[in-house]
Ligand binder design. Structure first.
Ligand code: SAH
Length: 286
């Protein structure tokens, strides 16, 4: 499934990526480090509303309640985990590969008075310190894009209790045109950035069609695979607007130019939304 060159970023690269981007996202996007979900072109929801809506959509698929324990694999600064805990009453353990995010997430949990029920730890989602069958559900919200998918999925399946749900989002490479579809050989999901092929690799893409195989290879049963590209595509233009609107405030507060941050995060000021799809996947451990 994975080409030899398709290695996930190191923990260091990953932490640097989010340490550079995090303050900018918090100021000009939201504490949710994920795409927004809009009902349609006429939906004028703010980034905060649209990103929370996406969280709610995934939470509804987790099927958890009070007494359940959920792993949030790749938790960012904890905003979705806190929302999940308050919506459902479940306990949540959030893990991230950025120590800075662990600190920020713990602070948000304390501020929300939820530190008892929502815990954050530094851990690699591809190799967690948890016992097998520790969790009633696993959420991986826009985080598997940074991981070696088969390894991450096997690990998530391992820590799930039988009957437990895995819910995640992923980016995908839209289907090639008809004439290209006849190209021989499996798709090479080499890690690639949205901007340049020669940049260090933070995000990799697979195809939507790769997902049923990924899920069954991890020993899970696919319940849902939904293409939500149309709902999230406003994100790219809205995020860029947010960055530009907050340029002054950001640059004077952090003493760093916006372009430097985008550069170090390997993002372009002109992302090409047409090249990225987004899916929601839900699966159950038998
Ligand atoms: N789910 C969060 C954050 C999404 S950003 C939200 O929706 O707000 C992607 C997250 O994945 C970041 O927190 C990053 O640190 C984390 N991540 C990337 N690779 C990881 C790995 N191997 N193990 C654990 N977390 C990882």
């Amino acid at each position: 499934m994975t080409s030899p060159s398709a290695v996930p970023p190191t923990a260091h690269q990953m932490a640097d990526f989010y340490d550079a981007l995090g303050p900018l996202l918090r100021m000009s996007w939201s504490d949710n480090f994920h795409l927004g979900y809009w009902e349609g072109p006429g939906d004028g929801s703010s980034p905060q509303e649209a990103t929370d809506r996406f969280t709610d959509l995934l939470v509804s698929r987790l099927g958890v309640g009070a007494g359940d324990v959920v792993l949030d694999a790749g938790c960012g600064i904890g905003s979705p985990a806190l929302r999940l805990a308050s919506l459902t009453g479940a306990r949540v353990v959030g893990i991230t590969i950025s120590r800075q995010q662990v600190e920020q997430a713990r602070e948000l949990a304390r501020e929300a008075g939820m530190a008892e029920r929502v815990e954050f730890r530094y851990a690699d989602a591809m190799d967690t310190p948890f016992e097998a069958e520790s969790f009633d559900a696993v959420l991986a919200f826009e985080s598997i894009v940074h991981m070696e998918r088969p390894t991450a999925l096997r690990e998530m399946a391992r820590v799930l209790k039988p009957g437990g749900r895995l819910v995640l989002t992923d980016v995908f490479q839209p289907q090639p045109q008809e004439e290209e579809a006849t190209d021989a050989g499996p798709f090479d999901p080499a890690f690639a950035t949205i901007r340049e092929e020669d940049s260090p690799d933070m995000t990799s893409f697979v195809r939507l069609d790769d997902w049923p195989g990924l899920v069954s290879d991890a020993g899970l049963v696919l319940d849902e695979l939904t293409d939500v590209t149309r709902n999230v595509e406003q994100t790219f233009a809205r995020m860029l607007d947010g960055f530009l609107d907050h340029r002054r405030e950001f640059e004077s507060r952090y003493g760093v130019r916006l372009e430097q941050v985008l550069d170090s995060a390997k993002l372009s000021a002109q992302p090409n939304p047409a090249s990225v799809g987004c899916l929601v996947m839900a699966a159950t451990k038998p």
